[in-house]
Each structure stands twice: as C-alpha cells, then as structure tokens.
Design a protein around this ligand. Structure first.
Ligand code: URA
Length: 429
C-alpha cells in the first residue's frame, strides 16, 4: 500500500496523524482522488485539535503569506462570515472601520450555491476590480485605509484544491475542514485581529447553535495559536439578512446602511462588528467607545465618503444610479393576513440563485441585477393581498417561475411570533 493510502487508512479507522504526516498530504503533490478520500475519512472521523491546527498550518505554508500589519506598521483588522443569504456586512463594515481610522484589508471569496459572495456583490459595481496584485493591495490599504480583493492565486493554494474537492464530494460541512479552510486564509492574509461571524440557521452551514459554538471555538483556538486576536459572533441565518438578496440589490442596501437608512438587522451587525474591530485595533478603545465612533462615522457621512474613496480606488463608480437594474420586477402577495412567523433563508437564496444571482457551478456567469427583495420579514404584520416580496428578474417568465417558491418561503400566522435574537452568542470578546 502507498504511503498516502496508509495515512488515509489510519484516519479512516479513527487513528490520529502527526503534523508531519499531515504535511505529507497537504504539501506534497497528492492526487485528487486520494485527497478526496482523505476528506471523506475526516468527515466521518473528525480531526483532533492538534490535527486541525497541523492542517491549518500546512495549508498556510502551501503558499505565499502576507504580514499586512508589519507592512503598514499598524494593527490591521479583518472580518469573515461563514456565509449566508443577503450577507452584505463586509461591504458596509469596511468603510465604517476605515472612516474611524483603522486599516481594513480583506481578501474575500465568491458565492457558491445559495450563499452569496462579497466579490460578486462588488463586481455589481461598474468598473470595480477585485483583482489587485499583493503590492497594490498593501498600497491601497496604506493610502485609502481599505481594500477588499479576491484571494490571490498564491495565497493558500491548498485550500483552493481542497475546497473544490470538498464541494464535489459532499465533504464541505465538517467543522475542522471549515475551520482550517477559513482560518488558513485569514492567517495567510495577515490581519492581526479578526472578527468572525458564524452564521447559524437554515441558510447557513451550521444548523444548530451548538454546532456553531464548536466551529467558533475551533476557529478562535486556531487564530490564537497563530498569534491573532479573534472574536466570534454567532448570528441568525434562519431568515435572509436585510431585505435584499442579489448583488446590485445588496450594494444598494449597503449604501442605505451607510446613510443610516438601512434595515435594522444589517445596521446592528455592522455596528456590532465595527465595535469589536475598533476595540481590537491599536486605537486603544473599548467596545462601547468603538460603537459610538462607528455610529458617528455613519451619522457624519465619513463612512459614506470612505466607501466612495474605496470604490474609486478600485476603479468602480460609487454612484448608486450606476448600479445595474433588472428589467422586470414582479411583486408576490400574502395569501392571507397575519404576522410573518418564518421567512426561510434557504429557499430565498435558492430563488435568487435560479434567477441568475449566483452560480451552481464554479464558472457559471452571474446576472448582477437580479434577486429578491423581502419586503416583509419575520415579525412583520401583513394584510391579505399585501406585497411580501419583489422578484427582480431578467424577464417575466423567470419571475413567474419563482413566484410560488418565494411565497412558500413565508409562514404567516395569526399572532405575532416571539422575538428571535439576531446575535445568539459572542465568544472570545
Ligand atoms: N468558507 C470557507 O472559506 N471555507 C469553508 O470550508 C466553508 C466556508
């Protein structure tokens, strides 16, 4: 039996691998079929905390790393979400944090499946370039205080390979593999302090609070071992975040948020994450003062101005009127009056995907204009026949095809439902 097969067999049978054995799997040129088998063995057997750290560390060493903090002589902050529906927080958070004088440098990913990706949302902005060289990325964070770019090919190449294999072998949703994937990229990209938003609910990888807490604790431990300060917020993904789902629609909602007119859940997550990031920065503030400054940056327009500077620096047109618009908008209506008890995130994410807002396969093209606006959300009162949502589509046929699915995502009951917390837990603060 080959050496790699022996290592897979050990994991398959519940044994433990050493750090140098994990290096052999991740850093050598192991064929895809063996790496896929290894992922499946990990899926069933899990990894110990030592193995998870060794995997993360090997993944970091698979490519280039960046020391952004040292390059700028400042403590640099970053934020990452485990992914959800309507999650546009980073696009508003970056300008808020930069307006408060803290450098924000982030490498983001694209959406896959029903979850959206920050890069796709940014590419809804005409002219915006997500690909910058590492030098240009560092220079922009130095000069503008803010850059969000695609991950360069040289950063954690092992994750690109592993993630692509996991995606087609039903091995994405395993805590150690998710934690190593996310934290290897955060560590390699060089921020000193990271706020992680672990989503929980039907639209997220983690379906229960307990699983989300395990993932959060795993990522905090990985960050701390790499000398990074990490705070995890566990937040609700049982309904879409904000009202807009779909790239240009979400950018519009970001602009509303930066003007202080955004949906309350988006505003709250932006201010909460900004408070954590400012408290972790080199400004020497506590969280309350961080939140006050973040609120001030929205109120005095400096966060909006930071957004405009940032978008222009990456070649984009920050004018809201420049964003693409779908040619057809269809409303869907409540079949009865009452209160929205449930607005399921997954079917709304899938409907947006079917409209063309996301991609089922890695290289599918995206229509940046299309998506869903959830006019009513959980807890809202609705009259029979009142609009629940808008479908922004390429044409009438594609909007009609999804109308039923969008209405079915809503559950309407007679009495107001109990309040559902937006932030379920904060770990590592
Ligand atoms: N996001 C990542 O970057 N990796 C995962 O494995 C899951 C979500």
């Amino acid at each position: 039996m080959s050496r790699v097969a022996e290592l897979i067999e050990r994991k398959r049978d519940g044994g433990e691998l050493t750090a140098s054995e994990i290096d052999e799997l991740i850093l050598a040129d192991v064929p895809d079929y063996q790496l896929a088998a290894f992922c499946m063995a990990v899926f069933f057997r899990g990894l110990s905390s030592e193995e998870t750290f060794a995997l993360t560390d090997a993944m970091v060493r698979s490519g280039e790393t960046l020391d952004l903090g040292a390059a700028l002589g400042r403590r640099v902050v970053d934020k990452h979400s485990t992914g959800g529906v309507g999650d546009k927080i980073s696009l508003a958070l970056g300008p808020v944090v930069a307006a408060c004088g803290v450098p924000f440098g982030k490498m983001s990913g694209r959406g896959l499946g029903h979850t959206g990706g920050t890069l796709d949302k940014l590419e809804a902005i005409p002219g915006f370039r997500v690909e910058l060289t590492t030098d240009a990325f560092v220079a922009q964070v130095r000069e503008i205080g803010l850059a969000i770019v695609g991950q360069t090919a040289d950063l954690v190449p092992a994750d690109k390979k592993l993630y692509a294999l996991r995606d087609v072998t039903a091995t994405v949703d395993q805590v150690s593999l998710i934690a190593a994937s996310i934290m290897s990229k955060k560590i390699a990209a060089g921020a000193n302090a990271i706020v992680l938003d672990v989503k929980v609910g039907d639209g997220a990888f983690m379906k229960t609070l307990e699983d989300a807490q395990v993932l959060a604790n795993t990522m905090i431990a990985l960050g701390e071992r790499a000398g990074r300060k990490v705070v995890c917020e566990i937040t609700d993904m049982d309904q879409p975040l904000g009202r807009a789902v779909g790239n240009a629609l979400e950018v519009r909602e970001v602009l509303q948020t930066l003007r202080g007119e955004g949906p309350p859940d988006v505003a709250e997550l932006v201010l909460g994450a900004a408070a954590h990031l400012l408290a972790l920065s080199d400004l020497g503030l506590d969280r309350d003062e961080g939140r006050r400054r973040a609120e001030g940056a929205i109120a005095d327009g400096s966060a909006y101005a930071a957004y405009e500077r940032w978008i222009r620096a990456q070649g984009g047109d920050p004018d809201e009127a420049a964003l693409p618009k779908a040619s057809f908008v269809r409303e869907v209506f409540a079949p009865r009056g009452g209160y929205v008890r449930r607005l399921a995130a997954l079917p709304i994410g899938n409907a947006a995907l079917d409209l063309g807002a996301g991609r089922r396969e890695k290289d599918d093209p995206i229509d940046h204009a299309v998506g869903i606006v959830c006019v009513k959300k959980r807890g809202d009162e609705v009259g029979g026949g009142e609009a629940l949502a808008e479908i922004h589509a390429r044409d009438e046929t594609s909007a009609d095809a999804l109308a039923e699915a969008v209405v079915a995502a809503y559950e309407i009951v007679d009495a107001p439902p109990p309040a559902h917390p937006l932030v379920l837990d904060v770990i590592g603060a």
